[in-house]
Design a protein. Structure first.
Length: 252
């Protein structure tokens, strides 16, 4: 893990006049509500959609948009729209201390130092890390105990990485803070569509809403107990195309 701290507190993106969805569409992240055919990446990636997650995000974030707020976002350099979500969050929140995490899809960090320097100059902290690494997560927990109001997980989408990240994020999420897990495949429609298959997470989260007990096949008994003791599943929201879920969890 390598940490690159912001070099100033500037925020060249702040725009209080627009909603989160409007900002998402402006910067062309797939978290927004625009039809992807209207976005610059829509033609080349015609099967990819905008998932309309911002309508859910705004429910939980609107009351904090003018406050001093801290966020950890995992996965920020999608090659279709690199750093788009960073610009969206920075535009939406008046005073956001943002820590962006990525491993650049396997690129060496030296290839991206210019990008990192630019992010730092725009008031964004950057963490070069692997969300599946216990060592990297242990360092994050040492550096940022109970630090973040919001954790947004949009990383590898491999189910073991997703659940390990939720478990390890117990230590960095504030009590009362929210953890968002994106792009969980709908087992009734999109299971097996991609190189990863995380539909089992959706099945188990949907069961959690009925039983109240959060359990994952990708974690051991103690890890599951830790999550049950520290997080509650608030809701799991299916996108309008019924391909992906967004899970919302609250730290107790």
């Amino acid at each position: 893990m390598e940490l690159f701290l912001k070099t100033n507190n500037s925020n060249p993106y702040y725009n209080p006049e627009k909603s989160l969805s409007e900002l998402a569409n402006q910067f062309e992240t797939d978290k927004g509500t625009s039809d992807s055919v209207n976005l610059s990446w829509g033609k080349e990636y015609s099967t990819h959609k905008s998932w309309q997650y911002t309508t859910t995000y705004e429910k939980y974030m609107n009351s904090s948009k003018n406050d001093s707020t801290s966020m950890l976002e995992i996965g920020v350099c999608d090659k279709r729209f690199p750093y788009a979500s960073i610009k969206m969050w920075k535009s939406y929140f008046k005073d956001l201390d943002l820590y962006a995490v990525d491993n650049f899809w396997g690129h060496k960090i030296g290839d991206k130092l210019e990008d990192i320097t630019k992010l730092n100059s725009e008031g964004v902290n950057f963490i070069y890390a692997d969300q599946g690494s216990f060592d990297d997560w242990n360092e994050l927990n040492e550096l940022f105990p109970n630090r973040f109001d919001f954790v947004v997980e949009d990383g590898s989408h491999w189910p073991n990485h997703m659940m390990v990240s939720l478990w390890k994020a117990i230590g960095v999420t504030k009590s009362g803070g929210y953890y968002f897990m994106e792009d969980i495949q709908n087992p009734l429609k999109s299971r097996g569509w991609f190189k990863y298959d995380n539909a089992l997470i959706a099945e188990e989260f949907l069961q959690t809403l009925s039983t109240g007990e959060l359990y994952s096949s990708f974690l051991n008994d103690q890890q599951n107990k830790d999550i049950q003791d520290n997080f509650e599943l608030v809701e799991i929201v299916l996108d309008p195309s019924q391909i992906n879920y967004l899970a919302v969890l609250r730290k107790k």
